[in-house]
Design a protein around this ligand. Structure first.
Ligand code: SF4
Ligand code: SF4
Length: 494
């Protein structure tokens, strides 16, 4: 028989979540209206539907130090990448308008669908694998929303408005000039970040051109800039943690990607319960108490406003702030660290630790290896050019005044290499045919696509009997590309 789950376990998360006490410094909940929901539906929502602002208290500790280092490193990468040039090209340039995507020296075009498909698959499988192994490690450590919110915009809150209690006071009494000044800075930073973001799509030099000319000369780019800046200012200034709680699809997806053995931030219910303050006369006798002294330090530090003791919740972004907060309390009370810690759910709930190598982990890893292998092989095999030959539009052939038969061919050559190349065209078959090309060789710039119209002229007698002839056309750049394309020439059969 399964014993009843202790208070605070994953199993009773919903019940214990029904009436959470307001965190320190927060406004008291207003009186319930007849339409009020029976329990909490969202940590940022009061029962009367008004916003409950989350003003987390930062908790210094090993995880916050580590996340801070990672966050500032990622910010530095984001700000410097648009200036990095590899082999004469930007390190990353996602030219959506021209459908050309440059990634660390290699340029892909819209016809490179296989690479795009495999790369997208690899990204999805990596997310699946990382989530199965390490839970929401992406959310807590590397997602731009968390990185900028927790290590740029919340520090700005503290700089302009003071401690988390002072911020909560401003929420109750009105922000005044300090809050206005903070929002001005948030808008300025958002405009700067939006410009950097745009540089990934247009390139730094083009961006500088936009910045030094009138918006009337580039209205679309200006509109995109204003929209992205506005969206960032709205997100980081007002919407904030609600992006993680209600807008991000990954938060929803994680519920199906996690299992009992995935690494999550969790509360050791067996060790912590029954919780109680270390005072005489409390309901929980000192001898029976668990290690949790119900100080709520783990709650007041949570950037999404939840109580980790209620079990694993969709709102938990795995930031580990509650671990740092609780470890500080454990140090002060002389108890071992790790009442709140990284662990597998099965282990945190008192079960046996699960294996790392589980079916879903093995399947995700194998599928990822397969896709990465395919992507690597396709990249190594990628020719420096693509050639396509099509018959001309209109009449299948033309009889020239000389009596000869002319077939029109449309030739498309895409130079996928990093240098300008010269492509020479030569007819292999049929013998005796004359190739008429306005330009031969054809000069094509790096990454450029060119289209040429050619004519293959043959005596009328060559088509006698069948009315068609196989044709082989060779395209070579004299460096590393040589391709023979075949098509059928048509003519009169009599
Ligand atoms: S519960 Fe802990 S790990 Fe989860 S979001 Fe809150 S502070 Fe971060
Ligand atoms: S910080 Fe630790 S001791 Fe304090 S309430 Fe949270 S789990 Fe309990």
């Amino acid at each position: 028989m399964t014993p009843p789950a202790p208070k605070g376990s994953l199993a009773d998360a919903k019940d214990s979540k029904a009436e959470p006490a307001p965190p320190e410094g927060a406004r008291a909940e207003p009186q319930s209206s007849p339409l009020a929901p029976p329990g909490e539906v969202l940590s940022t929502l009061r029962k009367d539907g008004t916003r409950r602002w989350i003003r987390p208290r930062p908790s210094e500790g090993r995880f916050l130090s580590g996340r801070r280092g990672v966050a500032y490193g990622l910010m530095a990468v984001f700000l410097t990448l648009p200036h990095v040039v590899i082999g004469g090209k930007p390190a990353i340039l996602l030219d959506v308008v021209r459908r050309r995507f440059t990634l660390f020296g290699a340029t892909f075009v819209s016809t490179d669908t296989l690479f795009l498909l495999l790369a997208a698959l690899a990204v999805f499988l990596t997310v699946f694998l990382l989530t199965a192994l390490f839970g929401r490690v992406w959310c807590g450590w590397a997602c731009p929303q968390t990185v900028y919110m927790e290590f740029l915009f919340r520090p700005l809150d503290r700089l302009f408005e003071g401690s988390y209690q002072q911020q909560a006071k401003l929420d109750r009494e009105g922000g005044g000039i300090r809050r206005v000044a903070k929002h001005v800075v948030i808008v300025a930073i958002s405009v700067f970040l939006a410009h950097t973001f745009l540089a990934y799509f247009v390139g730094w030099s083009t961006l500088m051109g936009y910045l030094t000319t009138s918006p009337a000369e580039h209205p679309t780019a200006f509109a995109v800039m204003v929209s992205v800046s506005g969206a960032m200012a709205f997100n980081f200034g007002w919407f904030r943690e609600q992006t993680c709680l209600v807008a991000c699809p990954y938060g929803r997806l994680q519920s199906v990607l996690l299992d009992q053995a995935s690494l999550v931030v969790g509360y050791d219910t067996g060790r912590g319960e029954p919780r109680g303050k270390a005072k005489k006369g409390r309901a929980v006798a000192v001898a029976e108490r668990g290690d949790c002294i119900d100080c709520r330090a783990c709650v007041t530090t949570c950037p999404t406003g939840i109580d980790i003791r209620d079990g694993l919740q969709l709102e938990c972004i795995g930031c580990a702030q509650c671990i740092d907060a609780c470890d500080a309390i454990m140090t002060r009370t002389g108890k071992p660290l790790g009442l709140v810690r990284y662990g597998a759910r099965s282990e945190l709930e008192g079960g046996t630790p699960s294996k790392i190598l589980r079916p879903r982990v093995v399947i995700y890893a194998l599928a990822l290896l397969l896709v990465l292998g395919g992507l690597g092989g396709a990249l190594l095999d990628r020719p420096s050019a693509k050639v396509k030959a099509l018959r001309g539009i209109g009449a299948p052939f033309v009889t020239l005044p000389s009596g000869e038969i002319s077939n029109q061919i449309r030739l498309k050559i895409h130079n996928q290499s990093d240098q300008s190349r010269s492509y020479t065209l030569s007819l292999i078959t049929p013998s005796g045919a004359q190739l008429v090309a306005p330009e031969n060789p054809i000069q094509i710039g790096a990454g450029e696509l060119a289209e040429a119209t050619l004519f293959v002229v043959l005596p009328r007698a060559a088509y006698a009997g069948t009315g068609e002839l196989p044709c082989q056309l060779e395209v070579a750049d004299g460096v590393d590309f040589e391709r023979v394309v075949t098509l059928t020439l048509l003519g009169p059969s009599q």
